[in-house]
Design a protein around this ligand. Sequence first.
Ligand code: ZN
Length: 684
Amino acid sequence: MNFKAIFSVGISAMMLASCGNQPKTETPATTAKADTVVQRIVGDDGKLYQSEQFADLRVLHYYIPQWDSLSAKQKELVYYLYEAGLAGRDIMFDQNCKYNLPVRHALEKVYTTYSGDKTTEDWKNLETYLKQMWAHTGIHHHYNSTKNMPAFSQDYFEDVCDATGTEVSEDVLKAMFDKDFMAMKVESDVSKDLVATSAVNFYEGVTTQEVEDYYAKLRNPGNRTPFEYGLNSKLVKENGVVVEKPWKVGGIYSEALEQVVFWLEKAEKVAENDKQAAALRLLREYYKSGDLMRWANFNITWTQATEGDIDFIQGFVETYNDPLGMRGSYESIVEIKDFEASQRMKVMMDNAQWFETNSSTAAEHKKEKVVGITYNIVNVVGESGDASPQTPIGVNLPNANWIRAKYGSKSVSLGNIEESYEKASGASLLTEFAHDEEEVSRAKEFGGVAGKLHTAMHEVIGHASGKINDGVGQPRETLKNYASTIEEGRADLVALYFMMDPKMVEWGLMPSLEVGKAEYDAYLRNGLMVQLRRVAEGKDLEEAHMRNRAWISNWLIEKGKTDGSVSVMNKEGKTYVDIADYDKMRANIGELLKEVQRITSEGDFNAAAALSDNYGKKVDQALRKQVIDRAAKFNIAPFNAMVNPVLTAVKDAEGKIIDVTVSYPESFTEQHIEYGKNYSFLPH
Ligand code: ZN
């Protein structure tokens, strides 16, 4: 699971900025006119953290603090893993919609070869549309699933295509200009056939029922070591028969996966230790065979490979983009451990069993013995696919529950990514949406710590907690399209529950419970109001994390009506949330956690659907409009896209790598033009 959480939603990152970390801006927000868009933000360390804003996106930058402390061999390893990651970049474009690659290639050709007038509105709109395409890895919005529509006409596009000798098919034009064609990337309206109406390229010619029937035959509810069925394939109907087409060398995506395998093999030869090498070998074998048994073995070995300084996430991993929660999006993250920062959090890892025992969940849903939890704060070197340019801030893997129960799991907080969000943030939205001065000053003093601790707890003790009852299938089988939002909500609830526990202060994880209070304030502000900034007009909440933040917040508000713990009020047309009793709220969080763990342990589909649909789906459109109006004057785009560092190998006369250097591109556009040139391995 990953956590594109509170911090990555930008908006709350701003709300949580601690006062010691206020970024300097080249157009200082204090003196800028209300309608001035702050484009560039340079931190107090002189580094560029935001380079531009367009559409609903800010372009942010992150840095690798420890590069020079790596040995030459470690740098070489990082370089190979980084190249392996980028080699698969095209896969995610194709997974998101089968027209993404042809659309992107047409646009890139026009963009790089057009010699006509580039000062027109049309051209600027084309440039923005292309940047959106890169930022969202396709023609759909990564978060709310709707299509980003071009602000230039089809006639204009056909003209510039003619001028540059760019050929486009009728389908490409339809994908770009017909609003109703492939309208949603991931449909979540259960009154429709989710498979047939989602644009993701995971199914062809099959209905939701046919997909479910196909996998029901493969699954055996008594199996305690089930494969992640459907994770690495496309399901299609051929001559009336439903068949699985694997993504593997020799199958779909072969051209890109051959490259990935090439780099993984090099990485294996310079691995830091045997376990790491074994994991890399199993991953390679899995890509070559498509065999889910090898994927399971890779995950077991990778989970136990905890010793090196370098680590990686690579594969078809998260299933948020499949309306049925089965198929994994291609992803790569290359990481360097931050030992000092990790040491400070070690107490959490060491006491994993304490958390499990003291959680509010029912005794029969607790793990008797929590095994193999490892948690590290890492610095990211490069990301690709599902993790880029939209990056998580925390990740907990593997996703298979039985592997987590038996072998443990690895959690990471992405330290330098969190740092980037903090450096690029300001306090303006906090001041606008906070209920009172006390809340503002608490957020300024403790918000930064609170956000980081929430991420850590969400990953380490959240996802890793609880157990599934014997004979009950994995959540993706039992809770289906609700599995992701229930799981994310469960992890959030565990984090929230313990954020107000005095033990955290005793252990030195926080200076006082004010940190917990700051987190409760921020969570409800975001879940009820601020995140609505990211929702398109007239739409419901679609994305799993946004939904879970809404159903938790709305459920707590409803509780507050009877016990007075929290209330929503309106002052001069502005809505505010005020928490009156943090201890009572903690008890309510405990109650909800207990129920959500029960839903997960028992696989109670109907209860999952009721919770998510009744509390986490509908958007109060008037409130949405109010939030957008209140935020508008600050001109801060609600979504973010990250620019990755660039690694370059320095070779000797024989072609042997002797050093690897890092550079930090300032231009988002340049980065993606380079990616298109160097990593276009799939046919289009
Ligand atoms: Zn999560």
